[in-house]
Write a protein that binds this ligand. Sequence first.
Ligand SMILES: [Zn+2]
Length: 320
Amino acid sequence: MGYAHAVSTIPHWARPLLACPSCKTALEPATWTDNAVLCAACAHRVDRVDGVLETLLNEHPAVAGERQAVNALDAGEVSLGDPVGSEAAAAAFHAHIEGSRRRLQDVLAAQPLEPGSIVVELGADACWASELFLDAGAKVIAVDISDHLRLAERGDDPNLLRMRADMNALPIVNGSVDVVWATAAAHHSWDLQNTFHEAARILRRDGRGRLSFCCEPMPSWLRYPFGLGVGHEERKLGIHETWVPRRAWLRKARRAGFDAHLDFPEIDNRFAAERLALRGVPKIVGKALNPLLKPILPWLQVSIHLHGRLVSPPPREARE
Ligand SMILES: [Zn+2]
């Protein structure tokens, strides 16, 4: 995997959507060159390096810590359990992405994106999910704090803007985008309530702005006590893993103005039996148990989706 060839300019469709990371005002009118933009209001300069707009400014300590941990993991200086770079670890990662991709395809089939809509993807990593939105005809602003943005295979797609930014301080103007999306990324936020407020701030205000946080760990009250150790290894390295109860996710989303509801991805029989087998339940018993478990499965599922439309005006305007 090498750095993808960079698109030659900052896409024109994205320019009116961008705010200055320093003074927070709309960047347009600004001075645009192929690899930089100069704020007309405060003369702050944002550079584009290897095709990625670098907007991180006065990094929050949690962001700096997580970014350094990801860099160290990538460089093989530290590891999480499996040896980094081993074929088994790579295969497991690939299987995980494939599983997540299928779940996102289910979400998009149930709630299709309108062609031309503008999606802001938080924690986009190497833009593997962004590709699904591009395929649906959307324009995508892919946000992440790590260097993985540079690995995007479709980095030169004119409908994709990659931007290094903090999901809690998005350099995007108020009421300007159609969809805010995250896949297993919002739970890395250093302030989840603020992340919902930021999403509400940048979403359109006509009742059609929507949010999807998919495959996020949202444990039920029943499951919550059994996962308090989750992410312990990651946290030791500086990665901001959190374990937030389902009710708190909903409360925070609603407080920011979303009509939030949960969505439970389908778990097929074989998968459920395999999960039980990992806990020492023989597969044949697991398969027999599954119909009995089905009604309580939502209480046990951790990785689920939260969707919401922005229905009431965000209580907090931009920090202007
Ligand atoms: Zn400025």
